[in-house]
Design a protein around this ligand. Structure first.
Ligand code: BDR
Ligand code: CA
Length: 311
């Protein structure tokens, strides 16, 4: 056992997941104890292959566990139009030589929660299907997790996949409902915080020019989505999962946040997948999320730059 904080990441790589993973691999205070992978940005076959490839490029010995290939109940559309058909910018990279573990992601989450009970930092960067399944198998999971950070939601309903909903929650609203109902406290990085912490394309280009295999690989897999974003969202590029990982790794960087009750809308024609915040605390529910509102931009950018330059 080391003094480093055990960090378990549930993820659906995905270009911004990849940046978050590189940030985690580069953090000396944390030890990544596993990657549990779900379908989301693209199908499970690709998200697992991408996780394995990133570990190979970064030369980290981190186990990868494949999880749920579909949402719990209803089919959902992926985000290949943002991340590429393979989720990593369709570069045609050579597959990693390593295979995923045979243990299912939901079971790995439970096992690792026991092995690191009371110390585990759990960070969820994709749809919450694996976590929901783990909770159904063992509802006592939250009692062993020291801190849970989730990238998801749009706290004032400025969604990115529908007008009201953010992608990770909209992909599997039932799973999100299970997770937010089960954990007494979640640190939340939502899509609207993401939009407030954009990265100048020029800065990103400079960081990607670092002489390191990580920067070269990341430059290539993110090229397509950076171009896509540049055409639509102007001179700043946004990394939702990167910001969530900064919040997870360096919580002191959070300069403003708000605690409130959050509920997930699982029905409705317009609002399925919306994260409804009881801003005025009218419903009598306890606060269950701390919503990140402002993060130290310089610290966020320094974490990214260092992660890309690392060897
Ligand atoms: C989230 O959706 C995915 O496309 C990204 O990887 C991120 O986790 C942003 O809404
Ligand atoms: Ca993601």
């Amino acid at each position: 056992m080391t003094d480093r904080i055990p960090l378990l990441i549930d993820t659906d790589p995905g270009v911004d997941d990849a940046l978050a993973l590189l940030m985690a691999f580069n953090d000396q205070r944390h030890e990544v104890v596993g990657l549990t992978v779900a379908a989301g940005n693209v199908g499970l076959q690709h998200t697992v292959a991408n996780a394995l490839k990133l570990c190979e490029v970064a030369q980290v010995d981190v186990r990868v566990y494949a999880g749920c290939a579909t949402p719990l109940l209803h089919p959902a559309r992926d985000a290949a139009y943002v991340h590429g058909r393979d989720g990593f910018g369709d570069t045609g990279y050579a597959p990693a030589s390593r295979q995923p573990e045979s243990e299912h992601a939901a079971l790995a989450i439970l096992r690792l929660s026991h092995e690191h009970a009371g110390r585990l930092l759990l960070v969820a960067l994709g749809p919450l299907t694996n976590l929901a399944l783990a909770l159904k198998l063992d509802p006592s999971l939250p009692s062993r997790v020291a801190r849970c950070v989730v990238m998801g939601g749009a706290v004032s309903a400025h969604g990115n996949i529908t007008p009201a909903a953010e992608f990770n929650i909209a992909f599997d609203p039932e799973a999100a409902h299970i997770v937010f109902a089960a954990f007494p406290h979640i640190d939340l990085c939502d899509w609207e915080a993401t939009l407030d912490h954009g990265l100048l394309h020029g800065d990103v280009d400079r960081w990607l020019a670092a002489d390191s295999p990580r920067a070269r690989f990341y430059g290539s897999i993110s090229r397509q989505t950076r171009a896509w974003a540049g055409e639509r969202r102007g001179h700043r590029w946004h990394s939702a999962d990167g910001l969530a990982m900064a919040f997870a790794l360096v919580p002191d960087g959070a300069l403003e946040s708000a605690e409130r009750p959050l509920a997930v809308e699982t029905e409705g024609r317009h609002a399925r997948g919306a994260t409804v915040i009881d801003w005025r605390r009218e419903g009598g529910q306890p606060d269950n999320v701390r919503i990140l509102q402002r993060y130290d931009q310089a610290r966020f950018e320094a974490l990214i730059e260092a992660a890309l330059a690392a060897r």
